[in-house]
Design a protein around this ligand. Structure first.
Ligand code: SF4
Ligand code: FES
Length: 366
């Protein structure tokens, strides 16, 4: 077997614990219990291995990565071994003291998520009273520390009319980059899809707002725009291709080609407790099964985009079409593409429902 180039990034999901309970969370429905989490020593070894195989970046994620008190040690160690360090956070735990510690540790970048432009909307979707105000403080601390700020806004049917206000908020906070990201329907978001998926008119509205903002802010603030797969004609290159660019480590140490991979039946995901990252990346069935183009069904195999989007998303093929080895139904060439249309119609027929909060399920597994 030929040795694949090393992954570009390591996604270190330090914990599934989080003070917020967003109804669109992409964490699995069955989250890793705190007692199963990797130890600090395990994570330090994983960071050493990541640098040794040529990984360039580590993204500390979760859950809420700041819920692990030793985050500052992990950032310092990652920095020491030459990894670019990014934290993907809700910001509600980013106190003055935590900010100072992370700066000392050599943090390179912080990506801060917002649930809405208003405290009322944000606190409701996040299930955390006072959370929005803490995020505003966190944004201020990041800017005052001299770090660049990426503000991430997740869009769905329950906040979509405020997208202009979200962009204005990002501007006012001094963001260098904004992500306007429609919800991706995995995990809790898939469970709550009928309450979250926008209508076509709503999508067109956001497209127009983002286009205008990009023109207005050109050269000042970059805006990344993530559209919902359900309205796409072509799928996204999920994770940049299976086993191609990223390795995702779950809180309990399972190495996953993507954050939702545990939904796929028939896989055994190797643990970093038992295997090195090099073994996992190069040899494991979990990372090689859908790598490249050999696994593809005919519709992708003969397509000139097969090495651009890599057949789309395996988890979405499973969730929508029932088989992870099929073409992503987001693709208009997929025989299952009509299922996306049907999901849109079904969601449009639902009034916004009560959202299923994460903590109901979390309580079962803690
Ligand atoms: Fe991508 Fe396959 Fe669709 Fe071609 S047929 S665009 S490779 S998903
Ligand atoms: Fe798993 Fe796309 S989320 S391959």
């Amino acid at each position: 077997m030929s040795v694949p180039p090393p992954p570009m990034g390591l996604i270190a999901e330090l914990t599934h614990r989080c003070p917020l309970q967003c109804a669109y969370c992409s964490n699995p429905l069955q989250m890793d219990a705190p007692k199963s989490e990797l130890s600090t020593a395990d994570w330090l070894r994983v960071l050493d291995e990541a640098a040794a195989i040529g990984i360039l970046q580590v993204h500390f994620s979760g859950g809420e990565p700041m819920a692990r008190r030793e985050l500052k040690h992990l950032v310092a160690h990652a920095s020491k071994v030459g990894l670019y360090t990014n934290i993907i956070t809700s910001g509600v735990l980013l106190s003055d003291e935590a900010m100072a510690e992370l700066l000392d540790a050599g943090i390179d970048h912080i990506q801060l998520s917002f649930q809405d432009s208003t405290a009322e909307g944000g606190d409701r979707v996040g299930g955390y009273r006072g959370g929005h105000a803490k995020k505003l403080e966190a944004a201020r601390r990041i800017r005052e520390a001299g770090l660049s700020l990426t503000a991430n806004f997740v869009i769905h049917r329950q906040n979509i009319e405020r997208v202009e206000d979200m962009i204005a908020l990002g501007e006012a906070l001094g963001a260098d980059r904004m992500e306007i990201a429609h919800t991706q329907y995995y995990g809790w978001a898939l469970l709550n899809r009928n309450a979250l998926l926008p209508t076509r008119d709503q999508l067109n509205f956001v497209n127009g707002v983002v286009d205008a903002a990009r023109r207005r802010l050109q050269g000042r603030i970059a805006i990344d725009y993530v559209v919902p797969d359900y309205y796409a004609a072509r799928p996204k290159a999920c994770m940049g291709g299976w086993g191609n660019r990223f390795i995702n480590i779950s809180p309990s140490g399972k190495a996953l080609p993507c954050h939702a991979a545990e939904t796929l039946p028939g896989f055994t995901f190797p643990s970093v407790r038992d295997h090195t990252l090099a073994e996992i990346w190069t040899d494991s069935d979990a990372f090689t099964r859908f790598r490249g183009t050999d696994w593809m069904p005919e519709v992708c195999r003969s397509c000139d985009r097969r090495e651009i989007d890599w057949g789309g998303c395996r988890c979405q093929a499973l969730a929508i079409a029932g088989d992870a080895a099929l073409t992503d139904p987001a693709c208009h060439r997929s025989p299952d593409h009509h299922l996306m249309e049907e999901a849109i119609t079904t969601a449009a027929g639902h009034a916004p429902l009560d959202l299923v909060p994460r903590r109901l399920q979390q309580a079962i597994h803690d």
